[in-house]
Design a binder for this molecule. Structure first.
Ligand SMILES: [Fe+2]
Ligand SMILES: [Fe+2]
Length: 273
């Protein structure tokens, strides 16, 4: 951890603890004996999370097909692991919902996170990625660092945004003003919550993919999904790093820029059918 990040996180005196629903879902998945109905009962016990899980399950995985009507149906149709990941991702993001509108706010980041999860689901199928797992949780949480910054470093972040408007790349402005990036603080948060290694590495390396050690394929996949989501739907800031694609990510899947543009078109077509 770099010194600036260490100093910054020492000032956070009330770090949100992992919500009960996320804890129970993660526990349920560790146990080999958890049944569909047990997972369902954990999720439906928290109606706010349950309705969000359902709406994400609908938009992310089904496009024009008949969407699932209940958590039970979602588990059967899109799989135990996917529903678990959506429940954990949504409940962690909801921790930072302060219901206020800022320059960088919860709604904006939440929407972008769902876009990236949606694009990940589509290109995961198209590229036939044999992912090591937890890919949707990684996609949902890749920018969780923005949500932490929104809660704890809002004033400084206004300076970051000013530098971006003046032409700096987002991550350069973050390092210049804060001394750390949203990827670094997000990865720190994920490690405090003891999330899976792949999730921590995706959060940490989604803009700096050469730093990836054990999950280069997953990091490259989310990097491409982030790029496509930013270009096809909307990007968070001017000079957002998501708008640049890294050649290492393309190499991982033997893609060229034209093929990425084609994928992007397919994503847009899928989302309107
Ligand atoms: Fe990011
Ligand atoms: Fe992003």
């Amino acid at each position: 951890m770099n010194n600036a990040l260490k100093k910054a996180v020492e000032k956070i005196n009330q770090l949100p603890t992992i919500p009960e629903v996320a804890q129970r879902v993660l526990g349920a998945i560790d146990s080999e004996h958890t049944s569909t109905s047990e997972l369902e009962s954990i999720i439906v016990n928290d109606p706010t999370i349950a309705s969000k899980v359902l709406s994400v399950s609908r938009t992310t995985f089904f496009g024009g097909n008949k969407p699932p009507e209940s958590i039970k149906e979602a588990i059967v149709r899109i799989g135990f692991g996917n529903v678990k990941n959506i429940a954990v991702g949504i409940s962690l993001m909801t921790l930072f919902d302060d219901k206020k509108r800022h320059l960088l706010d919860y709604e904006t980041i939440f929407k972008h996170s769902l876009d990236v999860a949606y694009v990940t689901a589509i290109i995961n199928r198209k590229l036939k990625v044999q992912s090591k797992g937890d890919i949707f949780l990684s996609a949902l949480l890749h920018d969780i660092g923005y949500l932490a910054i929104n809660c704890y470093f809002q004033e400084q972040y206004k300076e970051v945004l000013k530098e971006c408007l003046a032409g700096s790349q987002l991550s350069d402005a973050e390092v210049h003003v804060l001394g750390f990036t949203h990827s670094e603080i997000g990865a720190w948060l994920a490690s405090v919550w003891k999330l899976p290694e792949v999730v921590i590495e995706v959060i940490k390396c989604h803009h700096d993919i050469s730093g990836s050690k054990n999950f280069s394929r997953e990091v490259a996949l989310i990097h491409i999904a982030d790029f496509i989501a930013a270009n096809a739907f909307f990007y968070v800031f001017k000079n957002d790093n998501s708008l640049n694609i890294n050649k290492i990510a393309l190499k991982e899947f033997n893609l060229n820029e034209e093929e990425v543009a084609k994928l992007q078109l397919e994503v847009i077509e899928t989302s309107f059918t």
